[in-house]
Every structure is written in structure tokens, then in C-alpha cells.
Design a binder for this molecule. Structure first.
Ligand SMILES: Cc1cc2nc3c(=O)[nH]c(=O)nc-3n(C[C@H](O)[C@H](O)[C@H](O)COP(=O)(O)OP(=O)(O)OC[C@H]3O[C@@H](n4cnc5c(N)ncnc54)[C@H](O)[C@@H]3O)c2cc1C
Length: 369
């Protein structure tokens, strides 16, 4: 006889794992979590490579949040290692401070400057746009054309294979422009990495007598094998509906690690390459994890089109894709025994803390039923 569970949960990333933990521990439910990958933690998965360096397998995951609730929840499963995430840009043959701030402006001038001078200069450079509708407009209206070309245009084109003018204002609008000396990449009040890594944190979260995890198991396979009362789906929503409304576009990525026999390879955790090479950035996560070793591993990121055999990393935020997704969202609203949660199921880029918050909210709704 088929085994039976209260919940079948598709995906062992943040969305699926938080819900499994809450339903099992908070409501006494039996959960089966399946993931078609061979590991837990979804895109936040980290692992120790052959050189003994802890690397983030699917691109760097900088945990940060303003939510005390999310920190309190995750702190049940991990201690934290505080981090100051540092990002530089390589262009015109040198490293530049990023996000743009007074230090970047001084590098550009080649001499000391002041906030007043930077503000006055930006005021001259800015292209007036009343309500920026896309990513090009949002940047040129803040810093003008020259910095747009130096730092934003080609990076965005490489990353998304769309011109910034064809992307939501939110894509480049997320990156701050400052006229002080604040070099921080992100400004959320809590910025830290799980002390023993993400995978260890997920292992503790899923280690519960009412949670069973099956890896290398696709939803299509699992649904025929077990009985369940409710489905939680954190995979691609278009795939769930057999692409009935057409395929939603995603961007994929190729990650190429390289171990280098020296303590550090580059001056910061992340270096962006807007105008050189095919990769967008080189990440040396050792700067952030604080791991001590005489060798280091860097990971180069090459954006790619999504297709067979590739992972869907980024939903593409633009007007046309939102309209296409809306058709799937309409179908999803009709479902009574399925909850769609997380980044792929709601076709939207979320940071990890947002997905944790979303999963905790979904749990409250499921509890009330
Ligand atoms: C390159 C990159 C860098 C990022 N950097 C940051 C960062 O610095 N800070 C930050 O806060 N966020 C970052 N994020 C976002 C972060 O990865 C997401 O917020 C988070 O992983 C979302 O969790 P999730 O559970 O929704 O999705 P996922 O982590 O993608 O988990 C979904 C899981 O479902 C599985 N699955 C899908 N379909 C099926 C199926 N049919 N059957 C079985 N299993 C299935 C997948 O294998 C996957 O493991 C980054 C994302 C990417 C791609």
C-alpha cells in the first residue's frame, strides 16, 4: 500500500524546508519532502570542495534581513558569523568601489573630493526622467550616462540578455547610489552567514521524526508513489501546469570554480566585470566565511539562456513576463489542495529572508484551515 503523508512538499530549499519544519514541529503533521537534486538547501546549498574550501554551489548567498522574526526563527538552527559584504567593480583597468559612492567619485576624479562636489556633479550629469519606467531610466536619472555605461549597462546585458531599457526599474533600482563613504553592498541591519554553512542549517531544520526527505526524486515520480492530503509546490509554476500557458522565461548560469594556491586571489569577496570577459562576476566566498586556509577557491559566473539540462535561476522581471505569469497565477488561485510558495512557484526574485517570511506566513494560513 502507498505510504501516506499529510503534506507532500516539492523542493528542499528555503520555502519547502521552512514549511516542512513548521508543519512537523508546530502542527504535528507528517511531511514528505522531495527534491530532484541530490542535496538539500536548494540554491543556498554550500559544500566543501576538494581543496577543503567551503563554497556556495549556486552563486554567493549573502544572508541579510531587517526582520527580527526571520532571524529568531533561523537562529533555532544555526549560530551566525557576522559579515561585511564587500563588492568591487573591475573596469577601465582597475578596481572601483561599488555601489557608487564618494570613494568611487574620487577614484573617477583622481583626487580628493567632497559630498557637496559629488552632489553638484551628479545634479549636472543626471538625465531628467519624471517616473523612471525601466532600469536604464532609473540609473541615468540618478547618475547620468557615463557611470551608467561604466558600471551598469553591459553588466545588465550580460546578466539578462536584455537591454536595461527592457527590464523593470527594480532590477538596477535595487543598487544604491550614495554621496557619502558608505561602501556597504547592502544595508539591512542583520548581515551574517550561518556559522557552519547553509547546508548544515538545513540539515538541522529537516532533522525531525515527522519529516522524511527523498533526494533525486522528482515530483512526477513521487506523486504516483505516495498518498498525501495537501501539496506544497516550490518548483517552476509553468512546469507544474505542463507549460499549458507557454514557457515562462528564466535566466540560467554556469558556475566555474577554480582553486588557486594562494591565500587570497582578489581584494574583495565579489568583483563585478561589467565590461571585460564573458563572466559577470568572480566570487571568493572565503572573504565572507572567514575560513583560514593557505589556498582559496574562486567561482566565475557565466550567465546563460535557460534550456534543457539547465537550472532556472532567475525569473525575468519585465512587463511581458509578468503578464504571462498572471495566467498561471489565475490557475493557481483555483487550487484548494495545492500551495505555491517560493521563488519559482511565484515567478519572482526573492531574497532568502523574504522566502523564509513568505513560508512562515503560508504556514499560518495552512494552520488555520
Ligand atoms: C545566483 C544566485 C544568487 C543569489 N544570491 C542571494 C543572496 O546573496 N542573498 C539572498 O538573500 N538571496 C539570494 N538568492 C536568492 C535565493 O537563492 C532564493 O531566495 C532562495 O533560494 C529561494 O528559495 P526557494 O525555496 O524558493 O527556491 P530554491 O532554493 O530554488 O528551491 C527550490 C527547490 O525545488 C526543487 N525542485 C524544483 N522542481 C522540482 C520538481 N519538479 N521535483 C522535485 N524538486 C523540484 C529544486 O531542485 C530546488 O532545490 C540568490 C539566487 C541565485 C540564483
Amino acid at each position: 500500500m502507498a505510504e501516506s503523508y499529510d503534506y507532500l512538499i516539492v523542493g528542499a530549499g528555503f520555502a519547502g524546508s521552512v514549511l516542512a519544519e513548521r508543519l512537523a514541529e508546530g502542527s504535528g503533521k507528517r511531511c514528505l519532502v522531495v527534491d530532484r537534486r541530490d542535496h538539500i538547501a536548494g540554491n543556498a546549498h554550500d559544500r566543501t570542495d576538494q581543496a577543503g574550501i567551503l563554497i556556495h554551489a549556486y552563486g554567493p548567498h549573502y544572508f541579510r534581513t531587517n526582520s527580527d522574526k526571520v532571524v529568531a526563527y533561523l537562529s533555532r538552527f544555526t549560530d551566525w558569523h557576522p559579515v561585511d559584504y564587500q563588492v568591487l567593480v573591475w573596469t577601465n583597468g582597475k578596481y572601483w568601489q561599488f555601489p557608487i559612492n564618494l570613494n568611487t567619485f574620487e577614484q573617477y576624479l583622481g583626487r580628493p573630493s567632497t559630498t557637496e562636489e559629488m552632489e553638484a556633479t551628479l545634479a549636472r550629469w543626471r538625465v531628467p526622467v519624471n517616473h523612471p519606467k525601466n532600469s536604464e531610466e532609473v540609473v541615468v536619472s540618478q547618475v547620468g550616462r557615463e557611470f551608467y555605461e561604466m558600471f551598469f549597462r553591459n553588466y545588465t546585458r550580460k546578466q539578462w540578455r536584455r537591454d536595461p531599457s527592457e527590464l523593470d526599474a527594480s532590477v538596477c533600482g535595487r543598487i544604491p547610489v550614495r554621496t557619502n563613504r558608505d561602501n556597504r553592498f547592502v544595508t539591512e541591519k542583520f548581515q551574517a552567514l550561518p556559522r557552519d554553512g547553509y547546508t548544515a542549517m538545513f540539515r538541522r531544520m529537516l532533522d525531525h521524526p515527522r519529516i522524511e526527505v527523498r533526494l533525486k526524486t522528482d515530483y512526477r515520480e513521487a506523486k504516483g508513489q505516495v498518498k498525501y492530503r495537501h501539496l506544497i509546490y516550490t518548483g517552476m509554476i509553468d512546469e507544474y501546469y505542463d507549460f499549458a500557458e507557454g514557457r515562462l522565461p528564466y535566466r540560467s548560469m554556469r558556475f566555474e570554480p577554480e582553486t588557486i594556491p594562494k591565500e587570497f586571489f582578489q581584494p574583495a569577496m565579489q568583483v563585478n566585470y561589467p565590461n571585460d570577459f564573458d563572466y559577470t562576476r568572480v566570487v571568493e566566498i572565503k572573504h565572507a566565511t572567514g575560513q583560514k586556509s593557505p589556498v582559496t577557491t574562486i567561482v566565475r559566473e557565466y550567465p546563460e539562456d535557460f534550456g534543457p539540462g539547465k537550472e532556472a535561476y532567475y525569473p525575468i522581471p519585465a512587463d511581458d513576463t509578468k503578464m504571462q505569469y498572471a495566467k498561471y497565477a489565475e490557475r493557481a488561485e483555483q487550487e484548494r489542495r495545492v500551495t505555491f510558495v517560493g521563488r519559482l512557484a511565484t515567478y519572482r526574485y526573492y531574497n532568502m529572508d523574504q522566502v523564509v517570511a513568505m513560508a512562515l506566513t503560508e504556514y499560518e494560513k495552512l494552520k488555520e484551515r
